[in-house]
Write a new protein. Structure first.
Length: 332
């Protein structure tokens, strides 16, 4: 006997209409409830083949946030999602947002996404590892990976030109201060940071400097965490560089706060340049020099690429890298 929407509704204690909206990926129910309905339906043996054909006619794109235990700048991600949604709406699509945590059963979450019958999916994978991403390759819907890429993985992606940006920032520091640059390196392993590390050391080598002579401090990738870590380094009396490149603006701002707290002048004693150009970096004291990322354009590019794949059914994949530009303010 086939399981019906009414039976699922009775099991969950909700209306049949809510079950129908959830199963058919229609608006009117929360994303949390939609996923609960799909999970319940699956456990009851619901026949999803009756709605599989609806995927091709779907006008909904899933925007998946992948989270880790450490927190990155919310405005950065909000701007990415906002620009993505605006472009999709202008193209006749709607955006459905969901969140997946690294502590979740990722294979199960991927199955739930599959049952949402999205026309396509944009996966914000800033903090993902290659291993965490691979289950998403099982999705049948077109997929665009946003704000990271994994060499050798055949998937459409839109990411930052991290290596080029870090090279440009470090090259500026060396040219401006005529000194061996230090590195405020994130303590968590993230693909974007690994690429920025390559750019940093590439610039050091390009100036015929010894990589081993660059002072490296590993700091938490958040303002408060970086400040606390840098204060501990300063109190321990560890060697300090004349100028620093930081993996992101929050690390740069946190370290800058710590330097100022113990009496260093920025940039007279220590110059610092960050990466991302967060909204509050320009109002720091002193205003932070940084590498600007056009976040709105990144979101638009991801949406445009995804719709191109959906509408033209391309099998080939592309990796799009978004270039930024140096913003020189008073910190460097």
């Amino acid at each position: 006997m086939k399981v019906t929407a009414k039976q699922i509704a009775e099991t969950m204690g909700i209306s049949t209409a809510a079950v129908s909206m959830a199963l058919n990926n229609k608006s009117g129910v929360s994303e949390k409830l939609r996923r609960e309905v799909i999970s319940t339906a699956r456990s009851m043996g619901y026949d999803f083949t009756r709605i599989d054909a609806k995927r091709s006619a779907s006008k909904t794109v899933g925007f998946v946030f992948f989270h880790k235990n450490f927190v990155f700048d919310t405005p950065f991600f909000t701007e990415l999602a906002t620009s993505t949604e605006l472009y999709l709406k202008q193209s006749g699509y709607q955006l459905s947002v969901c969140h997946i945590h690294d502590l979740d059963n990722i294979d199960e979450q991927v199955r739930l996404l599959e049952n949402c019958h999205y026309a396509g999916i944009i996966l914000l994978g800033t903090t993902m590892s290659r291993e965490e991403f691979m289950p998403f390759m099982k999705l049948s819907a077109p997929l665009v990976l946003l704000d990271t890429r994994f060499p050798g993985v055949n998937v459409n992606s839109v990411s930052i030109a991290n290596q080029d940006g870090a090279f440009a920032a470090t090259d500026y520091l060396i040219s401006r201060w005529q000194a061996q640059p230090g590195y405020l390196h994130a303590s968590q392993a993230v693909a974007n940071f690994a690429q920025r590390e390559e750019g940093f050391f590439g610039a050091v080598r390009a100036h015929s400097m010894s990589v081993s002579k660059s002072i490296i401090h590993k700091l938490s990738p958040s303002l408060e965490g970086a400040c606390a870590d840098m204060l501990a380094i300063l109190k321990n009396g560890e060697p300090i560089a004349r100028c620093y490149f930081a993996d992101n603006d929050e690390i740069a701002l946190g370290a800058m706060r710590a330097f100022k707290e113990v009496g260093y002048r920025i940039p007279e004693d220590v110059a610092i340049i960050g990466f991302d150009n967060l909204s509050y970096s320009s109002i720091a004291q002193p205003p932070l020099s940084t590498y600007h990322i056009p976040k709105g354009f990144m979101g638009l590019s991801a949406a445009s690429l995804l719709l191109n794949v959906i509408q033209n059914k391309y099998k080939e994949t592309v990796n799009v890298q978004i270039n930024g530009k140096l913003i020189i303010r008073d910190s460097a």
